[in-house]
Unconditional design. Structure first.
Length: 376
């Protein structure tokens, strides 16, 4: 199997599982906690989990995306917190894909070691109120003023927004023939004119979400990430694929935990299952095995550095099978007349939400695959 884990990555997965058991699963009420667990986050930094995919020269572990997928699965399966794994995954993506991938040497040396240690949290700021991340509708602007840019606008639905120290703000810097050109700016939370707001969500706790407002925020031109005017083409278009791929691992971990909770409820009830009900439960198990292979294969494609036409199909198929899994869980609960209970209910709610994120965008991408197939 091409996605068989190396001994090194398997060891990192096992270390993540042990960390999750000792530091995360042991924390009662984490999924309902209003405050972010900073002690666990700092422990993640000390354990190397926040720099898992970064090169060692920046304080990382040199693992790559496959290591993130395997560790993410272990963190959720054994730590029982999909929300914390979401914050962890976005931090790793910001470090590897954004700063390492598009930053110049000074930016890498300044930010990556701090991110790997958990002393600095970076947050990508693209979406805006009422328009999402649609490029034609984004309004946040950046006007050049000498050696700086003046940023104005508002961003929302930012994972890790309320706890971030650094925002990677996507802003319009030019409009040519009606087409907007975007630039990414490394914008510290301490910038004058930048304010942070929390967004209370009854989902994926303790991962915090929020927004920022930018009122004449001056950012030096040296803080541009990547190429001026090309942020959407070079950074944002691929970000969704990176995020979706990395989150496939934690999603599998959540499904595995969900299966364990369901099995526990069935044992507690003491109901004898029919052969058909055993087959239904077996379907959940083979779906997890299939989804794990898909997650690892998609991560390995990212690690290759090459473009793979099949990677989009893996992401879309993973989401579809995850939704099928949720429907089957509900069918089993209904058929056996079992009450889900608070833990399974809360987890199922998070998993349904995760599997349905950007469903409209996924539908558009699916349509493109269909047109390509019909065109031959």
């Amino acid at each position: 199997m091409t996605t068989a884990l190396t001994k090194e990555i398997a060891a990192r997965r096992d270390e993540a599982a042990l960390f999750a058991q000792e530091k995360i699963a042991s924390r009662d009420g984490l999924s309902a906690a209003p405050e972010f667990p900073w002690d666990i986050w700092r422990a993640m930094g000390r354990a190397g989990l926040l720099g898992l995919s970064l090169p060692r020269e920046y304080g990382g572990q040199g693992g790559g995306y496959l290591a993130l997928a395997a560790a993410g699965e272990a963190l959720v399966r054994h730590g029982h917190s999909l929300g914390l794994a979401l914050s962890w995954a976005l931090q790793n993506i910001a470090a590897q894909y954004l700063i390492l991938g598009f930053g110049h040497d000074r930016q890498r040396r300044e930010y990556l070691p701090q991110m790997a240690e958990g002393r600095l949290i970076a947050c990508l700021a693209v979406s805006e109120p009422k328009v999402g991340a649609h490029p034609k509708r984004l309004k946040t602007s950046a006007a050049r003023q000498g050696d700086s840019f003046c940023l104005n606008g508002e961003k929302t639905y930012l994972t890790n927004g309320p706890i971030a120290d650094l925002f990677i703000v996507i802003a319009v810097t030019e409009t040519q023939a009606g087409q907007k050109r975007f630039t990414a700016f490394l914008t510290p939370k301490t910038s004058v004119g930048l304010s942070v707001e929390s967004m209370p969500l009854d989902l994926l706790r303790p991962s915090p979400h929020g927004g920022i407002k930018l009122n004449n925020v001056l950012v030096p031109a040296k803080n541009i990430l990547g190429q001026e005017g090309l942020a959407y083409e070079t950074i944002i278009k691929s970000f969704r694929e990176i995020e979706d791929t990395v989150m496939m691992g934690p999603l599998v971990g959540g499904l595995a935990w969900q299966l364990e909770l369901l099995a526990g409820l069935i044992r507690e009830q003491g109901t004898s299952l029919t052969e058909e009900q055993h087959a239904d439960f077996g379907e959940l198990q083979f779906l997890i095995h299939t989804l794990r292979i898909m997650a690892y294969e998609a991560a390995l494609m990212l690690d290759s550095g090459d473009r793979h036409p099949e990677s989009l199909s893996l992401v879309l198929g993973h989401r579809r099978l995850a939704r099928l899994f949720q429907a089957k869980v509900q069918d089993i609960l209904s058929g056996l007349k079992i009450e889900a209970g608070p833990r399974l209910t809360a987890l199922s709610k998070d998993l349904v939400f995760m599997a349905g994120i950007a469903k409209n965008v996924a539908r558009i991408k699916q349509g493109r695959l269909g047109r390509a197939a019909l065109a031959g």
